[in-house]
Design a protein around this ligand. Structure first.
Ligand code: TPP
Ligand code: MG
Length: 772
């Protein structure tokens, strides 16, 4: 029977036990009790959950305030659900459907879970780092007067120790140190086990040094109160205990009291006799498992003592699978308790069969009042302020004037014009770039709006009157957040700023710039940002072999294919400045729209002659993914289909070939991504009775059913070659399939078959098809 509740600590211990049980039961139910028609493993991580129930109880039922935000280690998701179940904000139905369709998700998900999830997690390391950037966004909003002190909170990451192998964590803390980031608690569940094995001993001694040198406070919670007292009393025992390797410790935790006894006896002999005499095997096991991360007094004390804003790394020693039969076993990561083991545990808690879901099952009457009071207080303490945020009007964005322009230069001009015009949108834009601010044409915007630093930094060059185009003083009113060269950080910054509406009740319009090929460097972080529906504008420039002399290492090939497969991110690739202006206007609307998405603009440094437009009819098509730049004759035999910076080659080839191919059309594709999505969703809708044709179907239906398409992109040809599948028309795809190299555009376009000759040959290929 559980003891009556004397203090909050006792109540917290009961909550800890309840969380351990409910998380394990949720996983057990999904794996052993629920129907499993597919016979597939359902899974769940009982050991990883048990490892941190005490830490999470101490946080959610004691330490967290209403503004604090938490990223929970992915495989502790069931504990978060159990917490909300106790708080009354999660239903039994959702728990029963854990890992089922529409049920509680395996890993905390902002968009799919029904409970409030501050940050989605799943790909280890990313949930940790986003908390740092969220704290930076909080500082930004506060400095700019968009947020009051009363709404500020702390950002907490609950981290598996093996997550610390992810390099993105170190990129983040380096960036955080530069920005003097604060209000972070990162809590390591130091169970010394990963998925495959026990973790390396030697490295752990170094992690604290790394963090310390980035300005963090380290709080090590190694021992619980009882174990600390016993080891202080027996220095020889302490010395022996502390030299045990991670693997030895884990093995002993698994083996239990008798094994501890044998090892202590073997190591210390007579010196340990008195100690061993006063502890039976069960007492020995209980004592040696009294690690800091399982000791409520230790946790509560540590959290209470760290209430200032210094970023703090807690290293909480724990046992993976604490309290479960496979505690400490190196293979326990996906270990599941069997029905017999679960039944024995249930009985030991005094829970009747059939009462397994009872939130406070087995908690005696005396204790119950105190626990219920604690839960109620925690519920109120966590109740969030209303963070509703409205929409921001997006003004029309005119195209910058100029007969010849590159899309990259036009991007800089548009931002500069927006800045000069002022208004709410301009004030809510925040730009960021991983050390390519100047080379992606953000310089003029930054000159206008300034760099953001919490503490002002003087522009020494300007003060010394040294001529420079970049006049970048930094202060707490600046709107550009400078990042070092770490693309993963760029995407995490965009993710955090792109969630500012939900997190802080203030919509920001984050714009991040980088070179197109280096998207790949931060790809999982970009996916992570999209996964949790953060909203931002990603401007990738320069792109393709059109970069010319700078060479192959900087020439991107496959980002349009990445975008084609990336949910939550809309790819636009303009050829002309007026298209770009329309796309930026649309991008801001999509960021602001609850049903919108993020946008990726693929731009170029190639200056091209702009097009004379008789009217605005192109605009709607350009925003939908494509439009006829040169109308085909009805039932035409062929069309050139081109995207982005190679449009001059397409236009020239169209002029030339039109003489021989009557009615030849030129289709400007502005978004293969949107065209593809429209095509597949129209097919799906037709089966639900909506007989509309998609945009690309309508465009291509203007041509003959057996017409041929020459597609042209400064990118992987597969970006456009799929267009042949829409109506079954033949395709000759031109694009880049080998790594780029240095050279003039004429040389490169000839070598990579993007020039007029290649287009003519491709046209011949479709008009005089090769027969096998
Ligand atoms: C980027 C990424 N790689 C691999 C995985 C698969 N994975 C999930 S948990 C895990 C090990 C976790 O160990 P640790 O962080 O120590 O957590 P514990 O379960 O011990 O608490 C791995 C490799 C993942 N989720 N994300
Ligand atoms: Mg671990």
């Amino acid at each position: 029977m559980l003891k009556p509740v004397a203090t909050d600590i006792e109540a917290l211990k009961i909550v800890d036990e309840r969380l351990r049980w409910l998380s394990a039961w949720t996983i057990h139910n999904a794996n052993h009790l629920r129907d499993n028609p597919d016979g597939l493993k359902v899974g769940g991580h009982q050991a990883s959950c048990a490892s941190m129930t005490a830490i999470m109880a101490a946080l959610y039922f004691h330490a967290l305030g209403p503004n604090d935000r938490v990223a929970v280690k992915p495989h502790a998701g069931p504990v978060l659900h159990a917490i909300h179940y106790l708080l009354g904000s999660q239903s039994r139905e959702q728990l029963e459907n854990f890992r089922g369709f529409g049920g509680a998700q395996s890993y905390p998900s902002r968009t799919k879970d029904k409970i409030p999830v501050d940050f989605s997690t799943g790909s280890v390391g990313l949930g940790v780092a986003i908390t740092l950037f969220a704290s930076l966004v909080q500082d930004y909003l506060t400095a700019r007067g968009m947020m009051g002190d009363v709404d500020r909170g702390r950002f907490v990451a609950l981290i598996g120790d093996a997550e610390l192998d992810e390099g993105n964590i170190y990129e983040a803390i380096i960036e955080g140190a530069k920005h003097d980031v604060r209000n972070l608690w990162w809590i390591i569940d130091y169970n010394r086990q990963s998925l495959d094995a026990t973790s390396a001993d030697r490295m752990f001694e170094r992690f604290d040094e790394i963090f310390r040198s980035c300005g963090w406070r380290i709080v090590e919670l190694r021992y619980g109160k009882r174990l600390a007292a016993a080891l202080t009393e027996h220095p020889a025992l302490k010395a022996w205990f502390e030299q045990l390797s991670n693997a030895e410790l884990s093995a002993l935790h698994y083996q239990g009291g008798a094994a501890w006894r044998a090892r202590v006896e073997g190591a210390l002999g007579k010196k340990a006799a008195a100690f061993l005499k006063t502890h039976d095997d069960a007492a020995l096991a209980a004592l040696f498992t009294d690690l800091g991360g399982h000791c409520m007094e230790t946790l509560v004390e540590a959290f209470d003592a760290a209430k200032d804003d210094v970023p703090t790394l807690f290293i909480a020693w724990t046992i993976k699978g604490f309290g479960l039969p496979f505690a400490g076993h190196k293979d326990n990561h996906s270990g599941l308790m069997n029905p017999t083991q679960m039944a024995a545990w249930r009985k030991s808690m005094g829970v009747q069969e059939g009462e397994e879901w009872s939130p406070l099952g087995g908690v005696g009457d005396n204790a119950r009042t105190g626990v219920e009071a604690l839960i109620e207080r925690s519920r109120i303490a966590r109740e969030k302020r209303n963070r509703a945020f409205g929409t921001v009007g997006v003004p029309a964005i005119p195209a910058p004037a100029g007969d010849e322009q590159s899309t990259q230069a036009a991007f800089g001009r548009i931002l500069l014009d927006l800045s000069k015009a002022g208004g709410e949108l301009a004030d809510r834009i925040v730009t960021t770039s991983p050390d390519v601010t100047v080379s992606t044409n953000l310089g003029a915007w930054v000159n206008q709006r300034g760099l953001f630093r919490r503490t002002a930094i003087e522009d020494i060059f300007a003060k010394a009157k040294i001529a420079s185009a970049q006049k970048w003083g930094a202060n707490n009113n600046g709107q550009h957040i400078e990042l070092g060269i770490a693309e993963s950080n760029l995407f995490l910054m965009l993710a955090a700023a792109g969630l500012s509406g939900d997190l802080f009740g203030q919509r920001l319009f984050p714009i991040g710039t980088l070179y197109d090929p280096f998207i790949a460097r931060g790809l999982d972080s970009l996916n992570y940002a999209c996964y949790q529906d953060a909203r931002f504008l990603l401007v990738a420039t320069p792109s393709g072999i059109t970069l010319g002399p700078e060479g192959g290492a900087h020439q991107s090939i496959n980002p349009p294919l990445i975008a084609l497969g990336q949910p939550g991110l809309r790819h636009y690739e303009p050829a002309f400045a007026d298209e770009l202006a329309a796309m930026m206007e649309e991008a801001f609307r999509l960021i602001d729209d609850p049903g919108g998405e993020s946008i990726y603009l693929r731009l170029s440094t190639r200056s091209i002659v702009q097009i004379d437009r008789p009217d605005d009819n192109w605009r709607e098509g350009a925003l939908a993914g494509g439009y006829w730049l040169r109308e085909p004759a009805p039932g035409a035999e062929a069309a050139i289909v081109a995207m982005g910076a190679v449009m001059p080659e397409a236009l020239a080839a169209w002029e030339e070939l039109s003489q021989d191919v009557p009615g030849l059309g030129l289709l400007a594709v502005t978004s293969p991504d949107l065209l593809h999505r429209g095509w597949t969703s129209a097919q799906a809708a037709r089966w639900n009775g909506d007989r509309k044709a998609s945009h690309i179907e309508q465009l291509l239906a203007r041509l003959a059913p057996n017409a041929g398409l020459v597609t042209l992109a400064d990118a992987a040809p597969a970006s456009l070659s799929w267009l042949g599948g829409v109506l079954g028309q033949r395709v000759a795809p031109l694009g880049v399939e080998k790594f780029g190299q240095t050279g003039s555009l004429a040389d490169l376009y000839a070598a990579y078959r993007l020039d007029g000759d290649a287009i003519t040959e491709a046209a011949a290929e479709i008009l005089l098809p090769f027969r096998i």
